[in-house]
Design a protein around this ligand. Structure first.
Ligand SMILES: [Cu+2]
Length: 142
Protein backbone atom coordinates (compact mmCIF):
# COMPACT_ATOMS: atom_id res chain seq x y z
CA UNK A 1 0.00 0.00 0.00
CA UNK A 2 2.76 2.36 0.96
CA UNK A 3 4.39 2.17 -2.44
CA UNK A 4 1.17 3.20 -4.19
CA UNK A 5 0.89 6.28 -2.04
CA UNK A 6 4.46 7.13 -2.93
CA UNK A 7 3.85 6.67 -6.65
CA UNK A 8 0.68 8.74 -6.44
CA UNK A 9 2.61 11.57 -4.85
CA UNK A 10 5.12 11.44 -7.66
CA UNK A 11 2.32 11.63 -10.21
CA UNK A 12 2.95 8.20 -11.65
CA UNK A 13 -0.61 7.06 -11.18
CA UNK A 14 -2.81 8.26 -14.01
CA UNK A 15 -6.56 8.80 -13.56
CA UNK A 16 -8.63 5.63 -13.78
CA UNK A 17 -10.40 6.79 -16.91
CA UNK A 18 -7.15 7.22 -18.84
CA UNK A 19 -5.85 3.93 -17.56
CA UNK A 20 -8.95 2.13 -18.80
CA UNK A 21 -9.05 3.78 -22.22
CA UNK A 22 -8.01 1.10 -24.64
CA UNK A 23 -8.29 2.88 -27.95
CA UNK A 24 -6.00 5.11 -29.96
CA UNK A 25 -7.40 7.67 -32.36
CA UNK A 26 -5.40 8.92 -35.31
CA UNK A 27 -5.97 11.36 -38.15
CA UNK A 28 -9.37 12.79 -37.10
CA UNK A 29 -10.80 15.18 -39.69
CA UNK A 30 -13.99 16.69 -41.01
CA UNK A 31 -15.17 17.71 -44.43
CA UNK A 32 -15.49 21.41 -45.16
CA UNK A 33 -19.20 22.29 -45.21
CA UNK A 34 -20.86 22.31 -48.61
CA UNK A 35 -22.66 25.68 -48.91
CA UNK A 36 -26.29 25.35 -47.83
CA UNK A 37 -25.77 22.06 -46.03
CA UNK A 38 -26.73 21.66 -42.38
CA UNK A 39 -25.03 18.28 -42.04
CA UNK A 40 -21.45 17.13 -41.81
CA UNK A 41 -19.26 14.07 -41.57
CA UNK A 42 -16.20 13.34 -39.47
CA UNK A 43 -13.57 10.67 -40.05
CA UNK A 44 -10.83 9.04 -38.02
CA UNK A 45 -8.73 5.94 -37.64
CA UNK A 46 -9.33 4.06 -34.40
CA UNK A 47 -7.39 1.11 -32.98
CA UNK A 48 -8.33 -1.09 -30.05
CA UNK A 49 -4.98 -1.44 -28.27
CA UNK A 50 -6.57 -3.38 -25.39
CA UNK A 51 -6.89 -7.11 -24.85
CA UNK A 52 -10.70 -7.19 -24.90
CA UNK A 53 -13.26 -6.17 -27.52
CA UNK A 54 -14.70 -2.70 -27.02
CA UNK A 55 -17.63 -1.03 -28.78
CA UNK A 56 -18.23 2.57 -29.77
CA UNK A 57 -21.80 3.25 -28.68
CA UNK A 58 -22.09 6.95 -29.35
CA UNK A 59 -20.43 10.23 -30.26
CA UNK A 60 -21.13 13.86 -29.57
CA UNK A 61 -19.92 17.36 -30.35
CA UNK A 62 -21.16 20.79 -29.36
CA UNK A 63 -20.85 21.74 -33.03
CA UNK A 64 -23.96 19.76 -34.04
CA UNK A 65 -27.42 18.99 -32.74
CA UNK A 66 -26.97 15.24 -33.20
CA UNK A 67 -24.06 12.93 -33.99
CA UNK A 68 -24.55 9.34 -35.16
CA UNK A 69 -22.30 6.46 -36.19
CA UNK A 70 -23.03 5.73 -39.85
CA UNK A 71 -21.85 3.45 -42.58
CA UNK A 72 -22.40 3.33 -46.30
CA UNK A 73 -23.48 0.12 -47.95
CA UNK A 74 -24.87 -1.02 -51.26
CA UNK A 75 -28.59 -1.81 -51.32
CA UNK A 76 -30.24 -2.78 -54.62
CA UNK A 77 -27.38 -1.19 -56.52
CA UNK A 78 -27.64 2.08 -54.60
CA UNK A 79 -25.26 3.46 -52.01
CA UNK A 80 -27.22 4.12 -48.83
CA UNK A 81 -26.28 5.37 -45.41
CA UNK A 82 -27.38 3.60 -42.30
CA UNK A 83 -27.06 4.35 -38.59
CA UNK A 84 -25.15 1.82 -36.50
CA UNK A 85 -26.27 1.51 -32.88
CA UNK A 86 -22.72 0.47 -32.06
CA UNK A 87 -19.45 -0.54 -33.69
CA UNK A 88 -17.36 -3.27 -32.06
CA UNK A 89 -13.57 -3.30 -32.29
CA UNK A 90 -11.86 -6.61 -31.55
CA UNK A 91 -8.53 -6.59 -29.71
CA UNK A 92 -5.85 -5.19 -32.04
CA UNK A 93 -8.45 -4.26 -34.64
CA UNK A 94 -8.19 -0.96 -36.52
CA UNK A 95 -11.22 0.59 -38.20
CA UNK A 96 -10.87 3.48 -40.63
CA UNK A 97 -13.72 5.97 -40.88
CA UNK A 98 -13.47 7.46 -44.37
CA UNK A 99 -15.60 8.90 -47.18
CA UNK A 100 -17.78 6.15 -48.64
CA UNK A 101 -17.53 4.04 -45.48
CA UNK A 102 -17.86 4.52 -41.76
CA UNK A 103 -18.36 8.12 -40.65
CA UNK A 104 -19.61 10.18 -37.77
CA UNK A 105 -22.69 11.88 -39.16
CA UNK A 106 -23.41 15.37 -37.86
CA UNK A 107 -26.97 16.67 -38.08
CA UNK A 108 -27.80 20.34 -37.57
CA UNK A 109 -24.36 21.89 -37.46
CA UNK A 110 -24.12 25.24 -35.65
CA UNK A 111 -21.99 26.97 -38.29
CA UNK A 112 -20.31 26.06 -41.58
CA UNK A 113 -16.97 24.28 -41.11
CA UNK A 114 -14.09 26.02 -42.88
CA UNK A 115 -10.68 24.50 -43.66
CA UNK A 116 -8.39 24.81 -40.64
CA UNK A 117 -11.23 24.97 -38.09
CA UNK A 118 -11.05 22.46 -35.28
CA UNK A 119 -14.00 20.65 -33.72
CA UNK A 120 -14.03 18.79 -30.41
CA UNK A 121 -15.68 15.38 -30.19
CA UNK A 122 -16.30 12.77 -27.52
CA UNK A 123 -16.59 9.07 -28.35
CA UNK A 124 -18.58 6.95 -25.90
CA UNK A 125 -17.78 3.29 -25.30
CA UNK A 126 -19.72 0.35 -23.92
CA UNK A 127 -17.34 0.13 -20.94
CA UNK A 128 -18.40 3.60 -19.86
CA UNK A 129 -15.29 5.35 -21.09
CA UNK A 130 -15.47 8.61 -22.98
CA UNK A 131 -12.55 9.49 -25.20
CA UNK A 132 -12.21 13.06 -26.49
CA UNK A 133 -10.52 14.01 -29.75
CA UNK A 134 -10.09 17.10 -31.89
CA UNK A 135 -10.75 16.94 -35.61
CA UNK A 136 -9.46 19.43 -38.17
CA UNK A 137 -11.58 20.61 -41.07
CA UNK A 138 -10.16 19.85 -44.50
CA UNK A 139 -10.99 21.37 -47.85
CA UNK A 140 -13.29 19.40 -50.14
CA UNK A 141 -11.27 20.68 -53.11
CA UNK A 142 -8.03 18.86 -52.24
CU1 LIG B 1 -24.22 9.47 -42.72
Amino acid sequence: MKIWKYLALLGFIVPAQLLAAQVEIHNPWLKETIPGSENGAAYLTITNVGLEPVAIVGASTHAARLTEIHQHRMADGMMVMERLPQLTLQADETVVFQPGGYHLMLFGINRPFKPGDTVEFILQFNDGNEVPFTAEVRSIHE
